[in-house]
Design a protein around this ligand. Structure first.
Ligand code: GDP
Length: 297
């Protein structure tokens, strides 16, 4: 289970402060020392940890706790609020273009779960929102990616636009967009190529595609299990391409949680969805508050 270690440790720390009728500065210091260690061990970015500790400490020794009738609980409430804020505060919604179709580019490194997530997103749009998506097979470099998307399309009864693997991805995206307009699709979900590492060629191609189809969303798909690597990948993609959101996959695995807790703060890009398994319905909108509640128990 994701966050297991972090959750257990934070819950222990919180249980010690919960019933306190008075919370001194020394109590807060002691508590925050443990919270800090727990976050670092969960692989949260060290600067993010530092800022978080500072923010919580300031509030926990302030008036809102002093004046509270249940100071222990007030401190826990502050931790929860700050954890929620760290992950982006409000849940962020998927864009809707003024004039359909809404164009979404799915980007990410190979193996992150990009193709699967593209299928999951189509499923979510269709089932939950009664939308008509078009899947676009523009990952022409990974040999099996086009077939994989076509199979997903069949399973979901969602159309897949493909021109095979010999056509230029930018051209594929443009033609797909024309087809989506002609067929009155609401969403165009473009599965772009991934690489094992970020390289100039990949970024160039993605930038050209962005220029050509003017996407409403560029979702970066990252594997939560890769911890701080996921954060570094997100930062590079954001600097070089300008992403509008992150989809964290494999949150059903035993990730320590570092990526989920750092990515928003480090990159400024919101986490929009979380992948919770291999099945096609295992995609959930990311709710910072619910996630914070889950971690704190
Ligand atoms: P791509 O190279 O980024 O297109 O990656 P794929 O979509 O082929 O996914 C790589 C692997 O990750 C596949 O085995 C997927 O089933 C798996 N995967 C994707 N998302 C999730 C998730 O949220 N949870 C789990 N457990 N596995 C996932």
């Amino acid at each position: 289970m994701a966050f297991e270690g972090l959750s257990e440790r934070l819950q222990q720390v919180m249980s010690r402060i919960r019933g306190k009728g008075k919370v001194t500065e020394a109590d807060v210091k002691e508590m925050m020392r443990e919270v800090r260690l727990a976050l670092l061990e969960a692989d949260v970015n060290f600067k993010v940890v530092k800022d978080f500790i500072k923010q919580v400490s300031e509030r926990a020794v302030g008036q809102e706790v002093m004046k509270s009738l249940t100071p222990g609980q007030q401190v826990i409430k502050i931790v929860k609020e700050e954890l929620t804020a760290l992950m982006g505060g409000e849940q962020s919604q998927i864009a809707v273009a003024k004039k359909p179709p809404t164009v979404v580019m799915m980007v990410g490194l190979q193996g992150a779960g990009k193709t699967t997530t593209t299928g999951k997103l189509a499923n979510w749009l269709r089932k939950r929102h009664n939308r008509k998506p078009l899947l676009v097979a523009a990952d022409v470099y990974r040999p099996a990616a086009i077939k994989q998307l076509e199979t997903l399309g069949k399973q979901l009864s969602v159309p897949v636009f493909s021109l095979g693997e010999h056509e230029n991805p930018v051209e594929i995206a443009k033609r797909a967009l024309e087809q989506a307009k002609a067929e009155h699709c609401d969403y165009v979900l473009i599965d772009t190529a991934g690489r094992l590492h970020i390289d100039e060629g990949l970024m160039d191609e993605l930038r050209q595609m962005k220029e050509a189809v003017k996407p409403d969303e560029i979702f970066l798909v990252v594997d939560a299990m890769t911890g701080q690597d996921a954060v570094n990948v997100a930062q590079s993609f954001h600097e070089q391409l300008g992403i509008t959101g992150v989809i964290l996959t494999k949150l059903d695995g035993d990730t320590r949680g570092g990526a989920a807790l750092s990515i928003r703060a480090v990159t400024g890009a919101p986490i929009k969805f979380a992948g919770m398994g291999e099945k096609l319905d295992a995609l959930e909108p990311f709710h910072p508050e619910r996630m914070a509640s889950r971690i704190l128990g």
